[in-house]
Design a protein. Sequence first.
Length: 79
Amino acid sequence: MHRAFAIAATLTLAAITSASAQGKGDPRERAACRPDVMRFCKEFAKDNNEDVVSILNCLESNRSRISKACSEVLASHGQ
């Protein structure tokens, strides 16, 4: 359970960072979640000081509103 959470948190972090995110999640996963993070969870992704746990919780809280693509990325990692 903790491993799945760590993977999802890493992917979420990767979705909101730019060059520093290379190697964390594939480009498709980053592209799938980046718009949703910026739309629903922007307050947790400020100044390169990402609160990964809060971002993941935010995406989960907005699950019915996030894109199908991002939802599928989360589901593919056990979220």
